[in-house]
Design a protein around this ligand. Sequence first.
Ligand SMILES: Cc1cc2nc3c(=O)[nH]c(=O)nc-3n(C[C@H](O)[C@H](O)[C@H](O)COP(=O)(O)O)c2cc1C
Length: 319
Amino acid sequence: MNALHTMDPVAIDPMKFRRALGNFATGVTIMTAQNEQGEKVGVTANSFNSVSLDPALILWSIDKNSSSFHVFEQATHFAVNILSGSQIDLSNKFSRRNIDKYEGTSYRQGAGLAPLLDHCSAVFECERHQIIEGGDHWIIIGKVINFHDEGRSPLVYHQGAYSGVTPHPLLQVKAATTEVEDVGEMHQGHLHSNVCYLMSRAFKFYQNDYIPKQLVTGFRTSEARLLLVLGSGTASSKADLPRDIAMPMHEVEQSAAILEKDGLLVESEGFFKLTEKGKKTAHYLFDIADSHQNEVFEKYPENEKDIFIKILKDIAGIM
Ligand SMILES: Cc1cc2nc3c(=O)[nH]c(=O)nc-3n(C[C@H](O)[C@H](O)[C@H](O)COP(=O)(O)O)c2cc1C
């Protein structure tokens, strides 16, 4: 499953290639534009990158099959809306086809009619500079004429799943040591009783040991998440899964296709169902999760662990 892929271009399997590319963590953007006829489009895209500082150029690529391309081609301008951590729903909405993506979406109008979305991390208003052919995509280069840096924590996309940015645990350890020297005892105490700080730091440490154990099974995070959610029976309809699993619909579908190919699940009438082999695999993943949990809680009495879980459920809004 984790085989080293050779350089023979004829042998490149597009799906495996896409999965390998997914190792490159990116942010998530929504590219927006409007033509003179008032047709507004928006496309979730993670192919965004910076090109040049002077002149200020950026690029992204759009699938030649996109129904939105003609508007990006006609419009004089477009906007790059860099999504913040709270905009998963918006990312999913703008990755869908044949829906009115702007219904219920708050935005204002920017240069050349391009919609600028609210609550982003940053927004770049661009003049269309150049469109270049790039295989099955068009590469769109924009010249930045204005930008808005809101500084919100960004949405991150890695191996087909959404994540957020938290400091690397090694940096946190350093920060904790410098806190004493630089900030003084009073503030250090304050931070160390802040529930938000403690939960994010605890989560990072917990994951650090747990994720490698999960990855050795050969499943990627997105496939393991799908198996665990289906195995726990909290959601099985295709419509509910993106919310429960924090993954966009097309990734849910792609992970489901991989699991289906391996005989782990079947899809019927908008529902996913684990096969016997799938149930066994989910069971195995839960065993890994449980054994890690037991290891972590070994030193606490059972009743303290129960209280901890009760409080977490309460904060998470789980009955
Ligand atoms: C996280 C994420 C990143 C995506 N990146 C791109 C991209 O860079 N280029 C692209 O053409 N499509 C990308 N897509 C898919 C498009 O969003 C989707 O095909 C498009 O919105 C379909 O609608 P349309 O036909 O109206 O363009 C991405 C989807 C997701 C969820």
